[in-house]
Design a protein around this ligand. Structure first.
Ligand code: ADP
Ligand code: MG
Length: 561
């Protein structure tokens, strides 16, 4: 009775919405599982692609977990964490983005019954962390090093890793072709960390087999003026001058005020203008360069002038391309044409302008510093080439990682099965509840081989049983799903290889994310920040909730005012 008399304590602003407790954890888990379900079918060589149509009317076809997650525009606060881990996996290692989301989703799914039964999330979190560090140490144990091999051997090993990455992509049909291209490109840039030294140029049309690698730089022919046709289009061992100035006839009277007393003097001003530009052009020619590139415009006068002297020129080259030419040819970009010394000129073995599909390309081959490579991609639709570019990016990252860390593990779910077996075995030595939790973690790892089977239309229960049996027998650690026959096969012997760092990172990130989500038991929505975000957020909210990925998923947690 006395309690009813007490005044009500108002802690939060009117309209604040809080959901908390067990129900909130479960609801967050449901959201994350729904996200994992959205990318589930894209895993592996037989995975499907997603076509995503955004509000601006762009369509993207992709198999890449990170790209899909980004485009899905997820607004559920907890599920957003999965988007972030996919992104971080993408930037850290470049591949394994679907894997990381699937693992996180599965860890949470396994945790759900425990939470519902009243297990405290912290107990689960502790066991998950233990399991994760055990698993990572095991990966390090099992990984095979490719250090100390000859270049040829290394190349073929790296190509295998790249091929495994590419096998799940649209261009998987030509994986060997692209894998060796990627390996050559990565080896060309050596130890340089600047990824933009590998350029990818997309030219729609043609067959993807028409794609080629330039051991240097290539870019689309820039806009040109009359006179360009008379310039030579091929040079052997040319000197290259790189400029950041305009070579155009400028009306100097716009830069200064000039007063004339005698109309006849007007001619002298016109002459001066011409002299300025001729002087600049003359200096370019005297430098001995056969190719003149500028970030700014090269006008018609200059074009003709160079043409008369058998020099090739291109103006309005993009900053990025010019920098790449500089890095490749060993030249330096100049902001003045005074005192051009030999050292600042670049060179390459062969320069030519060549037709690629409908486009003309300026191609610098055989560059001395050798630290650039350009892949010219061909193929049908725009969406196809865009996806091909993303896939190549994955492969490039993988080869670089493999080159740096140089340890690999068998793919096709082999490593996951082995970790699962190891953890189950370890769990048996533990007393208490954490045995169950570690067992669940081990079970969650099996999602990778199971999904690989499901996506290929195999009987996953059957294959998984065979795999469990093989791994338990003690000599089957490398056995994974055989994507061609629907049975099991030695992934290592079949060259389905992945850099160890992909798995390590994926397990780490997925565990961290699931622990993070498990540790959240209350969401508070502040009415002010919500109204500030205005209509957009509200409509996105409605859309997200009603969207197919979330329809019919559990409650939104216990509500309280
Ligand atoms: P992610 O975005 O996680 O890289 P992918 O769609 O690229 O997802 O699929 C990667 C998975 O497919 C890895 O587990 C890898 O081992 C497996 N995989 C790739 N190629 C093969 C193959 N030829 N046979 C069996 N499994 C493969
Ligand atoms: Mg991949």
């Amino acid at each position: 009775m006395a309690a009813m008399m007490q005044p009500q304590i108002i802690l939060l602003k009117e309209g604040t919405d809080t959901s908390q407790g067990k129900a909130q954890v479960v609801s967050n888990i449901n959201a994350c599982t729904a996200v994992a379900d959205a990318v589930r079918t894209t895993l592996g060589p037989r995975g499907m692609d997603k076509l995503i149509h955004d509000d601006k009317g762009n369509t993207t076809i992709s198999n890449d977990g990170a790209t899909i997650m980004k485009l899905l525009d997820i607004i559920h606060p907890a599920a957003k964490i999965l988007v972030d881990i996919a992104k971080s996996q993408d930037s850290e290692v470049g591949d394994g983005t679907t894997t990381v989301v699937l693992l996180a989703g599965e860890f949470l799914k396994e945790a759900k019954p425990f939470i519902e039964d009243g297990v405290h999330p912290q107990n689960l979190i502790r066991s998950y962390r233990t399991a994760s560090s055990l698993a990572i140490n095991k990966i390090k144990d099992l990984a095979v090093s490719i250090e100390g091999k000859s270049l040829e051997e290394k190349k073929s090993l790296l190509a295998k890793c790249a091929a495994t990455t590419l096998s799940s992509k649209l261009i998987g049909g030509e994986k060997e072709f692209f894998a060796s291209m990627v390996v050559d490109a990565v080896l060309a840039i050596g130890n340089d960390d600047r990824l933009n030294l590998i350029g990818i140029k997309k030219v729609p049309g043609g067959n993807m087999r028409d794609s080629f690698l330039v051991n240097g730089v290539a870019f689309k022919k820039t806009f040109s003026y009359a006179g360009f046709e008379q310039q030579p289009k091929k040079f052997v061992n040319p000197k290259i001058l790189l400029l950041n100035i305009e070579l155009e006839l400028k009306s100097e009277k716009e830069n200064a005020e000039i007063r004339l007393s005698d109309p006849l003097q007007y001619q002298s001003i016109v002459d001066a203008e011409w002299n300025i530009i001729y002087d600049k052009l003359d200096k370019c020619v005297k430098s001995g360069a056969k190719i003149v590139l500028s970030r700014l415009a090269i006008g018609d006068l200059a074009t003709q002038y160079f043409a008369d002297r058998d020099i090739f020129c291109a103006g309005r080259v993009t900053e990025e391309d010019l920098q790449r030419v500089a890095a490749a040819t060993g030249g330096t970009v100049q902001t003045s044409v005074n005192n051009i010394i030999d050292e600042i000129l670049g060179s390459c073995e062969v320069f030519e302008e060549r037709q690629v599909g409908n486009e003309r390309f300026n191609i610098f081959n055989g560059c001395p510093s050798g630290q650039t490579a350009t892949i010219v991609l061909r193929g049908g639709a725009d969406q196809f080439i865009d996806e091909a570019e993303r896939s190549l990016h994955d492969a490039i990252m993988i080869v670089r990682r493999a080159l740096k860390n140089s340890t690999i593990v068998p793919g096709g779910g082999a490593i996951d099965m082995e970790l699962s077996r190891y953890l189950r075995q370890h769990a048996r030595t533990i007393a208490g509840k954490s045995q169950l939790f570690i067992n669940s973690y081990a079970k969650a790892l099996e999602v990778i081989p199971r999904q690989l089977c499901d996506n290929a239309g195999f009987d996953s229960t059957d294959v998984l049983n065979k795999l469990r049996q093989k791994h338990a027998s003690g000599d089957g650690a490398n056995y994974g799903v055989d994507i061609n026959t629907g049975g099991i096969a030695d992934s290592f012997a079949n060259f389905v290889w992945e850099p160890a760092v992909v798995k390590i990172n994926a397990i780490n990130a997925a565990t961290e994310a699931s622990c993070l989500i498990l540790s959240v038991d209350e969401t508070v929505k502040n009415p002010k920040s919500e109204s500030a975000q205005g209509e957009a957020a509200a409509s996105a909210m409605g859309h997200g909730r009603g969207g197919p990925a979330f329809r019919g998923r559990g409650g939104r947690g216990m509500r309280r005012r």
